[in-house]
Write a protein that binds this ligand. Structure first.
Ligand SMILES: [Zn+2]
Length: 137
């Protein structure tokens, strides 16, 4: 999986690599499938594809408002699905702030302690799910 962030301006995230969509359409998952897929993704479980086979994450595209779009590809049909990851909640942001103030290495509250947050520009986010949890100056 490739997850590349490029910092462009204080408010804008941009995805590096012009082949992001490769001219391919993203299929939508139903809202119940989205819900299941989000849970499974954060738990690092294998995700069944609606077409049979398994969904493999191929890209993470951070969104401007702090959430992200994760693109999955079905191992059987090669159809790609987009999954919106909502931005951080205020309690998640608080958790991260508490980790920083207690001099812990902050990790992603959703993906678990193995996913350390990375700083890109002034943002602190998870490279696995693309969510931004803090602004650092
Ligand atoms: Zn994460």
């Amino acid at each position: 999986m490739r997850s590349t962030w490029l910092f462009r301006s204080p408010r804008k995230w941009m995805f590096l690599g012009g082949d992001f969509m490769e001219g391919r359409e993203l299929k939508e998952l139903s809202s119940s499938e989205q819900e299941e897929a989000r849970k499974a993704y954060h738990r690092k479980e294998q995700m069944p594809s609606p077409a049979g086979g398994v969904l493999e994450p191929v890209r993470v595209q951070p969104r401007e408002e702090g959430g992200a779009l994760v693109v999955f590809e079905c191992t059987t049909s090669h159809v790609r699905y987009g999954l919106e990851i909502p931005k951080a909640t205020s309690s998640e942001r608080k958790k991260v702030r508490a980790m920083i103030t207690s001099s812990q290495d902050p990790h992603c509250p959703r993906c678990g302690s193995s996913e350390r947050l990375r700083r890109v520009g002034e943002f602190l986010g998870c490279s696995r799910c693309g969510v931004v949890y803090a602004t650092v100056r």
